[in-house]
Design a protein around this ligand. Structure first.
Ligand code: PLP
Length: 389
């Protein structure tokens, strides 16, 4: 189209949202669709958090707030981050945003341009590559293989870094695999990055509370040797079942914070003030709902992984975090898109094809188990039938 910036043709989309739209269409036409496609907890936001938003509205918090977020919320983030990671961050380096996704958007705009390279997980969250492509930078795939429990290998990562590399994106626990990066890889990476002092890291830690078994979270801000070039992304969407509230944050190094803030001012001005008050209550109030949700996810994960591994030609790792499984499905050379499409159109089960998360995702399906055991059982039955057909 004449007049349109040609980068618009490079921007990708998120197939999970397209699949959600198709599932809703099927539901409207009377089909009972089981949605294992979209990445959101199936629990309501905790009631104390909802009440805090209502109170904020009743108390008259209706106007703009400061663009980086209200001070009390940023202070609550500092306290929570310290409780969980034993790292004290400066509240002035925190940018509250409408969801964690804005941090991806702003950070890609800050680092991406033609001629530069950004290393990104493959398979990885779709928005990373879409936005890198939009900026004209080259997206360099960092494989996260099933054989490596969907972690990266620090040596392989360091071998991808060159003079053009501006940013490395990391995500643990990961979407779409649930993979968790072990501390030893981060140790090696932090040491190796000393040789590349200009490279920044965006560490997407949005699933950092949703961890199982022996897995622990290791924020990259724990490494003094690189912490002045680490940007952390986190938020309330997944931990507190607040996907629709649009509340997230980034922690930026001091020397680039003002640029992120300028993007925020020019784009969203500030986050909905009632949602920010809800965010304070989420962090400072009872954590029982979060702990219960994680226990629930853990039983569903165990159930689903065991069941999937009983099906011939399906192999599924037990992920250490998030609420996705990423099984390898081998069915008569069908692509993951064909399998996902068949499951949606014929069995009314929404999943996301692995290939939409990058080349290394081909042959896999992303299944969100933020759904009841009853629906997960129905899914397993349908998948069994499909594999036998
Ligand atoms: N990062 C990852 C890895 C995600 O999976 C998501 C959401 O699916 C986000 C960031 C963005 O979350 P939100 O914008 O809802 O806070």
């Amino acid at each position: 189209m004449d007049g349109l910036n040609k980068s618009m043709y490079d921007i990708g989309s998120d197939s999970a949202f397209a699949i959600l739209a198709r599932s809703q269409e099927l539901s409207k036409s009377g089909k009972q669709v089981i949605n294992l496609g979209i990445g959101q907890p199936d629990f309501p936001t905790p009631p104390n958090v909802v009440e805090a938003a209502i109170k904020a509205l009743k108390d008259g918090h209706h106007g703009y707030t400061s663009s980086n977020g209200i001070a009390e919320l940023r202070q609550a983030v500092v306290e929570d981050f310290f409780r969980r990671n034993k790292v004290r961050v400066n509240p002035n380096n925190i940018l509250i945003t409408p969801g964690g996704k804005s941090i991806i958007f702003y950070t890609m705009l800050m680092f991406g341009q033609p001629g530069s390279e950004i290393i990104t997980p493959d398979p990885g969250f779709i928005a990373y590559k879409s936005m890198i492509d939009y900026t004209g930078a080259k997206a360099v795939s960092l494989p996260h293989r099933m054989e490596n429990n969907f972690s990266f290998d620090a040596e392989e990562l360091l071998s991808l870094v060159n003079d053009k590399t501006k940013l490395i994106i990391l995500n643990s626990p990961a979407n779409p695999t649930g993979g968790v990066v072990p501390k030893k890889e981060y140790d090696k990476l932090a040491e190796g990055l000393l040789k590349h002092p200009k490279v920044f890291i965006l560490s997407d830690e949005i699933y950092s509370r949703i961890l199982f078994d022996e897995h622990k979270h290791h924020t990259l801000l724990k490494y003094p040797e690189i912490k002045d070039r680490v940007i952390v992304l986190d938020g309330w969407s997944k931990t507190y079942s607040m996907t629709g509230w649009r509340l997230g944050f980034g922690i930026y190094p001091q020397n680039i914070f003002s640029y992120a803030e300028k993007l925020a001012i020019n784009c969203h001005s500030c986050v909905n003030s009632a949602a920010q008050f809800a965010g304070i209550e989420a962090l400072r109030g009872s954590q029982k709902s979060v702990n219960d949700m994680i226990e629930n996810f853990k039983s569903r994960r165990n159930f689903l992984v065991d069941q999937l591994n009983l099906i011939k030609n399906i192999e599924c790792k037990k992920p250490g975090g998030a609420f996705y499984v990423f099984p390898r499905i081998n069915k008569k050379n069908l692509t993951s898109t064909e399998i996902s499409k068949y499951l949606l159109e014929k069995k009314y089960i929404a999943t996301v094809p692995g290939s939409s998360f990058g080349e290394n995702g081909e042959g896999f399906l992303r299944i969100s188990y933020a759904n009841s055991i009853e629906n997960l059982s129905k899914f397993v039955e349908c998948l069994k039938q499909f594999m036998d057909e």
